[in-house]
Design a protein around this ligand. Structure first.
Ligand code: EPU
Length: 341
């Protein structure tokens, strides 16, 4: 177990603020996690704690965190079941997500390629139900192994028990803070089924020569993402800052009377999802700065730290954007990013 005190989180979260944590603890096994949880129940019981992954969905309000930051360094991948069609791969929560995608693509196992280049780690993929280009983590997850914070007991959730929805799971909802993910088991396909109809994947594949393979889909997704999303190593950001609102179909039809070209995605018979980035752009925010923070000029769903910004400045921009979207379209949009006070 690695323990650091008064440690900067600048390199551990993608918004790039120089937040100092009273304690940062990195554990590399389930036993180490259990020992750490005992300490949180004992010596450290007065301190708040926060479990982070790749830090790609976090915004700290101030420049210090007077508690314990936990980070998983549980790594490793193990095939737990294999047949003619599928491979079930059990992966440590601390594995970098995109390293896993690259590995599966290199093995010829399909399923994750549309989720290429999403920042973060395996543990968060199961908590956040990460998604892109028509695929979500829940489509691949077989089960999620966890440790219960209160008892240190192991509990494995089936995919159904995780209650997945759009960027939602039981670990963010009803059981928030109660379980820590240690391993995730994914189902991958030996005969890949491609999902190419979302966004401009097909157009990008054509541009690259038309070949359809796991490698080419991965390259196309990486190329689209790199063209729209800022590199956090250069410009602090947390990917999509807001979730796309899911609204009743009637709301979308009403807005489309004035904006016939508004894009939307089907959710179910009664609901559709409207891209918040489109609405933010219509409000004139795309590329606009407010002090040291701005709405990204290539993708309005992303807020960027232009350098030296505080979490409160980002939230002030978020509030201004939300209020304009509400005024123009009558729709509330909500941050996807976790705001840590
Ligand atoms: N759009 C605009 N203006 C903008 C941004 C988007 O008009 O500034 C329009 C686009 O033209 C398109 C639609 O909105 O018609 C959707 O845009 P895009 O495909 O870029 O995706 P998104 O809905 O804005 C979501 C995810 C992304 C994911 C992409 C691709 C959420 C919160 N975000 O964004 O995930 O990569 O779809 O599947 O669901 C993330 O979560 O950090 C993330 C990057």
């Amino acid at each position: 177990m690695k323990h650091y005190t008064n440690h900067s989180l600048k390199e551990l979260h993608t918004f790039g603020m120089d937040v100092r944590a009273a304690h940062l603890v990195e554990y590399a096994s389930v036993d180490e996690l259990c020992a750490l949880l005992e300490k949180l129940r004992g010596e450290w019981k007065e301190l708040p704690y926060l479990h982070i992954g790749g830090g790609s969905n976090l915004l700290f309000a101030s420049d210090s965190y007077a508690g314990v930051i936990l980070h998983s360094a549980i790594v490793g991948k193990e095939i737990v079941l294999e047949d003619e069609e599928t491979v079930h791969l059990r992966v440590g929560a601390g594995v970098v997500w995109d390293d896993l995608v690259a590995y599966c693509v290199s093995q010829g196992w399909g399923g994750m390629e549309n989720l290429s280049l999403i920042p973060g780690e395996v543990g968060a993929s199961a908590v956040q139900n990460i998604g892109a280009y028509g695929v979500e983590a829940k489509d691949l997850i077989v089960s999620v192994a966890t440790i219960e914070v209160a008892t240190g007991n192991v509990r494995t959730f089936t995919c159904d028990e995780c209650a997945y929805g759009y960027r939602q799971s039981i670990f963010k909802g009803e059981l928030k803070g109660k379980y820590i993910v240690t391993h995730v088991t994914y189902r991958l396909q030996k005969h890949p089924v491609y999902h190419l109809d979302y966004g401009n994947i097909r157009a990008e594949l054509e541009r690259m020569g038309g070949e359809v393979s796991l490698e080419s889909v991965r390259r196309a997704v990486i190329s689209i993402r790199e063209s729209k999303l800022p590199d956090p190593k250069v410009t602090g950001n947390a990917g999509s800052f807001f979730m796309n609102p899911v609204v009743p179909r009637g709301v979308m039809e009403h807005i489309r009377q004035d904006y016939p070209h508004m894009p939307f995605y089907e959710v179910d018979a009664e609901h559709v999802k409207i891209p918040a980035g489109w609405m933010i752009e219509q409000c004139g925010w795309k590329g606009r700065a407010m002090g040291r923070v701005a709405v990204h000029d290539k993708q309005a769903l992303v807020l960027v730290n232009l350098g030296g910004a505080t979490g409160d400045e980002v939230m002030a921009l978020s509030d201004a954007v939300r209020s304009d979207v509400k005024e123009k379209f009558g729709i509330d949009i909500h941050p996807e990013v976790n705001f840590i006070q």
